[in-house]
Design a protein around this ligand. Sequence first.
Ligand SMILES: C[S@@+](CC[C@H](N)C(=O)[O-])C[C@H]1O[C@@H](n2cnc3c(N)ncnc32)[C@H](O)[C@@H]1O
Length: 171
Amino acid sequence: MDWNDRFAASGVGRPGPPSVLVGREDVVPTTGRALDVACGRGTVAVWLAARGLAVDAIDAAAAGLALGRELADAEGVSVRWIEADLDDGLPVGPAYDVVVCQRFRDPLLYPAFAGLLAPGGLLVMTVLSTVGDTGGRFRAAPGELRAAFDHLDVLVDEEGDGEAHLVARLR
Ligand SMILES: C[S@@+](CC[C@H](N)C(=O)[O-])C[C@H]1O[C@@H](n2cnc3c(N)ncnc32)[C@H](O)[C@@H]1O
């Protein structure tokens, strides 16, 4: 089933922080610019906007973006929704204070993620991992995120239960 079909079969979500930041929400600034890459139904994007950030949110699935728009309207916040294929790369433009990418993995984009950060900017990543799982071609090998972003100040580096999480700041 493709993502548009999945979103068409699901309802509007609820705003919430990236899962790795539950209980750590204070690391996210309340001003500045944020980007949510592969935003899906936009639940994180809307949470970031409600926190006070100016948010851009990208996904290829129009049905997910439509649910995001509905959620943003219900919450009374504004998000710039961008329908784009990440196979064509990340957007070029002003730097972001927060970049989130949760449960979408493309190691070819890792250098571009770091390049999008403003000084002091926060990167929040969650990908599927082979750690604590049987494996598969979409999953990160152990240490993949740490190796890719070791030049940042790493605040959180966790792997287990089939997911890898990294939270890091550009110096
Ligand atoms: C597992 S969902 C994660 C959604 C959201 N980040 C979350 O955590 O709820 C993966 C998302 O990646 C998007 N996606 C997959 N391949 C993509 C591509 N090449 N370009 C843009 N979005 C893509 C899908 O449309 C889907 O919304």
